[in-house]
Design a binder for this molecule. Structure first.
Ligand SMILES: Nc1ncnc2c1ncn2[C@@H]1O[C@H](COP(=O)(O)OP(=O)(O)O)[C@@H](O)[C@H]1O
Ligand SMILES: [Mg+2]
Length: 251
């Protein structure tokens, strides 16, 4: 079985004279993985996720998505590769004054021509897919509401539907529950797990809360100050590993 994502010796500096934020990170995500990246605030988790779809350009190292070297792609090819990586953000990143269904359909923008997107001419099949996804995330009664009328948990469920309508080969998540209260956060993680399994897409997810990583992931890496401190099955994480990753007593 070949890896969906292969990250090799990834390094990042935001500027030439600044500190090295990622200091040579390598790992691979398999087709069935719910893969977590854990580590304290400032460890480099968001930077790492953003280097994978090149929202941030890594200084060196390589990223392979289904054996294609993403780090070498030109502009146009990169745009295509980005469609294959659905992203779910910490702060939801919805267009607040747009309806729920339009927010979901905006996930198709990478596929329609810009003139069509200007007039919001979506294919019937896209609209059908959007409705189906909104049903699956439990928002079918809210399709015409404006995004700013929704609760945090509902907004993130829109974010999930928007990422999935891209039909991604990989889901990238940057602390999708950290803006939500713990109970809602857990529900959202549950929805992500259920739907990613259903459509068969692997998940790579930054998680600040260790409990969520332990509950939802099958494999994880821990990073501390840009260095990988642990890489293995979630079932093998020991208390001493967590202490090393977080450099403090974990109760
Ligand atoms: N755009 C940026 N420019 C310069 N430094 C940044 C930028 N984004 C993040 N950093 C720095 O990179 C380090 C890692 O940040 P980040 O990747 O956000 O960590 P995490 O997501 O684990 O909290 C921090 O020291 C942060 O200040
Ligand atoms: Mg972050």
């Amino acid at each position: 079985m070949s890896a969906t994502l292969e990250v090799k010796n990834l390094k990042l500096k935001y500027n030439a004279f600044g500190p090295e934020i990622l200091k040579g990170i390598s790992f691979s995500v398999q087709p069935n993985d719910f893969f977590a990246i854990i580590g304290p605030s400032g460890a480099g988790k968001s930077s790492l996720i953003r280097c994978i779809n090149r929202l941030v350009e890594p200084t060196s190292g390589e990223v392979f998505l289904n054996n294609k070297n993403v780090t070498k792609l030109g502009r146009k090819e990169l745009r295509h590769a980005r469609r294959d990586m659905g992203m779910i953000f910490q702060e939801f990143n919805l267009v607040e004054r747009m309806s729920v269904i339009d927010n979901v359909l905006s996930g198709r923008l990478g596929y329609v021509s810009s003139i069509k997107s200007l007039f919001r001419l979506y294919l019937k099949s896209d609209i059908q897919d959007a409705l189906e996804l909104l049903n699956k995330v439990g928002l079918i009664d809210h399709v015409d509401k404006r995004a700013d009328q929704l609760s945090g948990g509902q907004r993130q469920r829109v974010g999930i539907a928007r990422a999935l309508i891209q039909k991604p080969k990989l889901l990238l998540l940057d602390e999708p529950t950290s803006s939500l209260d713990p109970k809602i956060g857990k529900e959202v993680m549950g929805i992500i797990r259920t739907l990613s399994k259903e459509v068969g897409v692997p998940v790579l997810c930054n998680i600040h809360h260790v409990e969520h990583a332990l509950e939802f992931s099958n494999r994880l890496i821990g990073i501390q100050d840009g260095v990988k401190e642990f890489d293995g099955p979630t079932s093998e994480v020991k208390k001493s590993d967590l202490e090393r990753i977080y450099e403090m007593e974990v109760l």
